[in-house]
Design a protein around this ligand. Structure first.
Ligand code: PLP
Length: 394
């Protein structure tokens, strides 16, 4: 027996562990000080009443022989796929029901999708990046190249035709930078992918934060994307499902090459390795897109959007450069006074008792940057901002 030696190439999962360790050490040494955490990417508001009602109904259904459900369809119940189809239609994207696959979240599918692609593909990921794209490919031994996201391009790298890539990751609005592509910019990436015979793996986990009509909600708003892209999305951020677990992946039937159909391969993959998302959870997820559900989630989303605005306004006032804050729950700022990411982390922790995430943990280009998130409570966000202003205005 031999273990998969590619695991040697994956770095220790050190970022959030180190953040937690430093915060815990500070707390121990200063038990009287209250730390405010604006580092997490997890939601804090509870599930909305419409979802809770549907979860209860789902549980009731499981209690009666006439409505009890055993194994469900691999691709998800039709009632949920229909509501996802309706959601896409609401912003102009037509999907066939059998192009929608329900899963237990975007993270699983982002990793699992690689089963349908050859190990020999070259992978293009932006730097800085959500680490899942890099680590899942390293585990499989794929070659990874990086597209530089930086201050000059507003953390939105554009295609470079001298670079040959087969699998391209795009996350918009981006984690960690909060930057989001316009439809015109995404058009360029779709053109590049079509020209290079590449596939775009489009992570739309944060599309629900988009308000500006020039920005893309879905890669499928771009004509031609249906033959070169797969989209991953999630109920985690739109409806607080981080602990409930439900997401979906759109694999268009037009994505074909050399006699292979991505859609057929993905169904085959799921049928082999996945037995579906719990019926009760799918009932809850479908409630997100009812009229009442949409009203209720809009309320929660505007709560987070307002927190983002509070942080962004603080950066404006301090004259600190940042991306995100609008159309995103993340604010990605340039560390003031030329500080490095971890230096600024310690500075904020020691002087303002505010915890964020050092940008250097997301890739080389993240050095000198810092991520704050809008997922805390409004009171804590306001308090954190007041403290940041008081130490940086001096
Ligand atoms: N994609 C991005 C960019 C994320 O930041 C996250 C979670 O933070 C996910 C995917 C994971 O989503 P899910 O909870 O659906 O697995």
């Amino acid at each position: 027996m031999q273990f998969n030696s590619n695991f040697n190439d994956i770095s220790e999962n050190y970022l959030f562990a180190e953040v937690a360790k430093r915060a815990a050490e500070y707390s121990k040494a200063h038990p009287d000080k209250k730390i405010i955490k604006l580092g997490i990417g997890d939601v804090t508001l509870p599930l909305v009443p419409e979802v809770i009602k549907a979860l209860h109904e789902g549980a009731e259904d499981m209690s009666k022989a006439e409505t009890f459900k055993g194994y469900g369809p691999y691709e998800g119940y039709e009632f949920l796929r229909e509501s996802i189809q309706g959601y896409y239609k609401s912003y102009g994207v037509e999907l066939a029901l059998d192009e929608i696959f329900v899963s237990d979240g975007a993270k699983s599918d982002l990793g699992n999708i690689l089963d349908i692609f050859s190990k020999d593909n070259t992978v293009l990921v932006p730097d800085p990046v959500y680490p899942v794209y890099v680590d899942t490919n390293l585990m499989a031994g794929r070659k990874i190249i990086f597209a530089n996201a930086n201050g000059e391009n507003g953390f939105l790298p554009m295609p470079d035709y001298t670079v040959n890539a087969d699998i391209i990751y795009i996350c918009s609005p981006n984690n960690p930078t909060g930057a989001a592509y316009t439809k015109a910019q995404l058009r360029e990436w779709v053109d590049y992918a079509l020209k290079k015979n590449a596939v775009i793996l489009y992570d739309a986990a944060y599309e629900c934060f988009i308000e500006d009509g020039k920005l893309a909600r879905s890669v499928f708003q771009i004509e031609g994307a249906e033959s070169c892209a797969i989209e991953f999305c999630s109920f985690s951020k739109i409806a607080g499902f981080t602990g409930t677990r439900c997401g979906y992946t759109v694999v268009p039937k037009a994505l074909e090459k050399d006699g292979f159909s991505a859609n057929k391969m993905w169904l085959r993959r799921q049928a082999t390795k996945f037995n579906g998302v719990p019926y009760i959870v799918q009932k809850g997820a479908a409630a997100v897109f009812t009229e009442q559900g949409r009203k209720e989630i809009a309320h929660n989303l505007s709560y987070y959007k307002n927190n983002a605005k509070i942080i962004a306004e603080c950066m404006d006032e301090l004259g600190i450069w940042y991306t995100g804050g609008k159309n995103s729950p993340y604010i990605w700022l340039k560390c003031p006074k030329g500080m490095k990411s971890w230096e600024f982390f310690d500075f904020l922790l020691n002087n303002a008792q505010v915890v964020g995430t050092p940008g250097a943990g997301f890739g080389n280009n993240g050095e000198g940057y810092f991520r704050l998130t809008a997922f805390g409570s409004e009171a804590n966000t306001r308090e954190a901002v007041a403290r940041i202003k008081s130490i940086l205005k001096k």
